[in-house]
Unconditional design. Structure first.
Length: 307
């Protein structure tokens, strides 16, 4: 395991904040006026307006190519799909904010795994794939089925990690998602202990906690992944181990405008000593999902290709 923590914000403001702020009104009109079946041509057009790849995008392109064994052009198509998915996600959020709301078709598979986990009165930790579009879809799906979920989040969740973005842009998304959770527990460098206490208390009451799989944490673990390794926060597995909660991976797939949220079988977790093994077991399941849906995965920056 290793120690490390990303800052709660990356600076006062970034050029990308201005781009987002300028395009949101246009996307809001598209979301309200056009049916969802007409969104794809619009976002495809907007996604084609991209500058030359910056250092971050070039690094991501290289990781995609090496991780999936793709030629550069094929990897670029995956990267283009990644941009497209994020624009679609913004349209979904903006549609949800409108008076008519967003009402997608969402199926839930494997719900019995969550029911079984909660049956003895114990809590459940949902380890949710870090995917474009998944955030709102998973929350809506669980809420529609009557689950009250306590979701762990960060100030940078949404559209930006700058202080300007956290203050003015991110609430456009977080306020929508908060409709579908019991509470949004925000964790920062200064509030790690109180936030984890709140989640632990919920699990000890037999409730459900959801945490997105990522590497934003003080403690992380490198797990074998594709041809290299991926860094994942130890928190979800450690929290489940220390409370006796069941650890359930959650993924999302889509077919056109229909979505499927899958609650997978519980990960084996032999106490706190079994946390690294549980993380590596999760990474194997994540790898299978990423190979099919590489354009949806937000975690390419946490992946380190092999030599």
């Amino acid at each position: 395991m290793s120690d490390g923590q990303r800052p709660d914000s990356t600076g006062p403001i970034a050029p990308s904040d201005l781009v987002v702020a300028a395009t949101l009104p246009l996307l809001a009109i598209v979301a309200r006026v056009l049916p969802e079946s007409r969104w794809r041509p619009v976002v495809s057009f907007l996604a084609s307006w991209k500058p030359l790849l910056g250092e971050t995008q070039r690094s991501q392109l290289d990781r995609i190519a090496r991780g999936l064994g793709l030629e550069t052009e094929a990897a670029r198509r995956v990267l283009d799909g990644f941009r497209l998915a994020h624009l679609e996600e913004r349209l979904q959020v903006l549609k949800e904010r409108s008076s008519s709301g967003w009402h997608p078709s969402i199926e839930v598979e494997g719900e019995e795994h969550l029911r079984d986990a909660r049956a003895p009165g114990r809590g459940a930790v949902l380890w949710v794939v870090n995917a474009a579009i998944a955030g709102l879809v998973v929350k809506k799906a669980l809420h529609a089925r009557g689950y009250s979920v306590h979701h762990l989040s960060r100030p940078s969740h949404g559209l930006s990690s700058t202080r300007f973005g956290i203050r003015w842009l991110n609430p456009m998304r977080t306020r929508v998602e908060e409709r579908y959770v019991a509470e949004r527990v925000v964790i920062t460098e200064a509030s790690t202990v109180p936030a984890m206490r709140r989640l632990r208390s919920a699990l000890e009451r037999g409730e459900t906690v959801s945490i997105t799989a990522g590497d934003w944490a003080r403690r992380t673990h490198w797990a074998p992944f594709l041809d290299g390794r991926v860094r994942l926060a130890t928190g979800p597995a450690a929290l489940a181990a220390s409370t006796g909660a069941t650890l359930l991976p959650v993924s999302m797939t889509r077919d056109q405008h229909r979505f499927t949220v899958t609650i997978e079988e519980a990960l084996p977790l032999a106490g706190e000593a079994g946390v690294p093994a549980a993380i590596e077991a999760y990474a194997r399941r994540l790898e299978a999902w990423v190979r099919v849906h590489p354009e949806l995965w937000n975690g390419w920056s946490s992946y380190e290709p092999g030599a």
